[in-house]
Design a protein around this ligand. Structure first.
Ligand code: NAD
Length: 489
């Protein structure tokens, strides 16, 4: 049993009120540790520590801050196996995925923003001979960072890295459902000599610790990734306080396959888009639209591929799909399968818990078989609401016009993929899709410099590259008059 502790002012501390939550391993359904159920008092202690650390950290040259962050990235790489295993046990995701995606991306995030901040520049505007304007960008102060459970360390470091690199200090509230790698990250911060109070990690529930951080009057910036309902609560809580808020939220992403696409590649990529990480990815291509001419051929191959995915013990190398994060989430996903049946959907594969899981230790885990559903209207609930599980709907379309309307017909607008070999169509359709990211003939191909985020109910603001550096800094324009009106200055 691992007892996770908060990390405040460089020290590991229990929650002040001594309340704790169980930490469950999704693949077994068993409690294997506890996590602090922190409250406003713990958040206050962390904010105080971050405030104390802020002046010295903000004053450091960007190169010095980068040195600390690069050292931390090296420690993450050195601990890759331990972190990957912890992430797999804590979330139910395959160890192989944690090893190849989550943990390498965590160290990349730190390296990327540590060095990006060195190159970060501000603007100057010359007003003819009258004046020169230049823009200073200063860190905002104590930044609040809140992350979800599907990519715990990946998304936590995606926010911590730009905040710290630009000179803010941070109070982070990781997910209570998968807190282990945040705890291990704190250990690595200590080992790598990060100054006390620069990064503080307060564990606990969203409604208690998260809400206290969001409402804290001396935390001027909140960067949140999670569900849209939570994002809405955070927007309401922060609006009267005029905080700077970045919200990365849910998605219901279309994946459009035209008849001229490279079929093998489109099938393989669509399987990844639908089922990687058990479909628990905000960017998952959960609505597959296939041009009518190739619909049957495509769906046959897609379903055959889904059936071949090995669902099982996340720690086994051959596992493609592990367990969902919790019993409650598994039940939510299964509930949507009932809705699909009520809405007239035909289940082409999956449709419930897998018949058996080879590993005996996983008998009580939270598994759902990869599921493909046909026959649902684009306006059905299952096609509009985020399920966040291994569930993909397939719908035939006739025209570009029709599929663009369906693709854009949800309240979300995070990401879209389209598959075609027609260059003009690729650009034309990409231009008309209402989503923050459009992938052409690919999915989840990420360049950390590009703006990342969602339209509509998928997000407010953008992360990535300079967008993140700008979010975590306050611009101040200085206007220097040069024209002294004939008088010598
Ligand atoms: P969630 O909204 O339940 O929780 C996210 C985080 O917010 C957790 O740390 C939680 O404790 C905290 N939280 C909950 N209520 C809070 C409150 N009232 N005040 C402050 N903090 C609060 O989301 P989740 O279930 O952990 O994650 C799944 C969701 O995240 C999905 O909707 C998914 O699409 C979304 N997501 C979005 C992106 C993106 O980049 N857009 C990436 C990953 C996940």
């Amino acid at each position: 049993m691992t007892e996770i502790l908060n990390f405040i002012d460089g020290a590991f501390v229990p929650p002040i009120a001594w309340r704790r939550l169980d930490n469950v391993e999704p693949a077994t359904g068993k409690v294997y540790g506890t996590v602090p159920d922190s409250d406003a008092e713990d958040v206050e202690a962390a904010v105080r520590a971050a405030e104390r650390a802020f002046p010295a950290w903000a004053r450091l040259p960007a190169e010095e801050r980068a040195r600390f962050l690069l050292a931390l990235a090296d420690r993450i790489d050195a601990a890759r196996e331990e972190l990957a295993r912890a992430e797999s046990v804590d979330t139910g995701k395959p160890l192989a995925l944690a090893r190849s995606l989550d943990i390498p991306r965590a160290s990349s995030n730190l390296r990327f923003f540590a060095t990006a901040a060195i190159h970060f520049h501000s603007e100057s505007h010359s007003t003819g001979e009258r004046a020169l304007n230049y823009t200073l960008r200063r860190p905002r102060g104590v930044a609040g960072v809140i992350a979800p459970w599907n990519l715990p360390l990946y998304l936590l470091t995606w926010k911590i890295a730009p905040a710290l690199a630009t000179g803010n200090t941070v109070v982070a509230k990781p997910t209570e459902l998968a807190p282990m790698t945040a705890f291990l990250l704190a250990r690595l911060c200590k080992e790598s000599g990060l100054p006390h109070g620069v990064l503080n990690i307060v564990h606990g529930r969203g409604a208690r610790a998260g809400a206290a951080l969001v409402a804290h009057p001396r935390v001027p910036a909140i960067s949140f990734t999670g569900g849209t309902v939570t994002g809405s609560a955070i927007a309401s809580a922060t609006a009267p306080l005029f905080k700077k808020v970045a919200l990365e939220m849910g998605g219901k992403n279309p994946n459009i396959v035209f008849a001229d696409a490279d079929l093998d590649a489109a099938v393989a990529t669509s399987l990844k888009a639908g089922f990687t990480n058990q479909g628990e990815i905000c960017l998952a291509g959960s609505r597959l639209f296939v041009e009518e001419k190739i619909f049957d051929a495509f769906v046959d191959r897609f379903v055959a591929g889904a059936k071949q995915l090995v669902v099982g013990d996340p720690l086994e190398e051959r596992t493609d799909q592990g367990a969902l994060i919790s019993a409650a989430h598994r039940d939510k996903v299964l509930g949507y399968l009932d809705v699909a049946r009520q809405e007239g959907g035909r289940i082409l594969c999956g449709g419930g818990a897998p018949e058996s899981i080879a590993s005996a230790r996983c008998r009580d885990g939270f598994f759902v078989a990869p599921t493909v559903i046909a026959g649902l209207a684009p306006s059905s609930r299952v096609n509009r609401e985020e399920i966040f599980g291994p569930v993909v709907t397939v719908t035939p379309f006739k025209t570009e016009e029709e599929v663009i309307a369906w693709a854009n017909g949800t309240e979300y607008g995070l990401a879209a993929s389209l598959f075609t070999t027609h260059l003009g169509r690729a650009h034309r359709v990409a231009e008309r899709l209402a989503s923050g990211t459009v992938w052409v003939n690919c999915w989840l191909l990420r360049d950390l410099r590009v703006p990342f985020g969602g339209m509509k109910r998928s997000g407010v603001g953008r992360e990535g590259g300079e967008e993140a550096l700008r979010f975590f800094t306050e611009p101040k324009n200085v206007c220097v008059q040069m024209d002294t009106g004939g008088r010598d200055a």
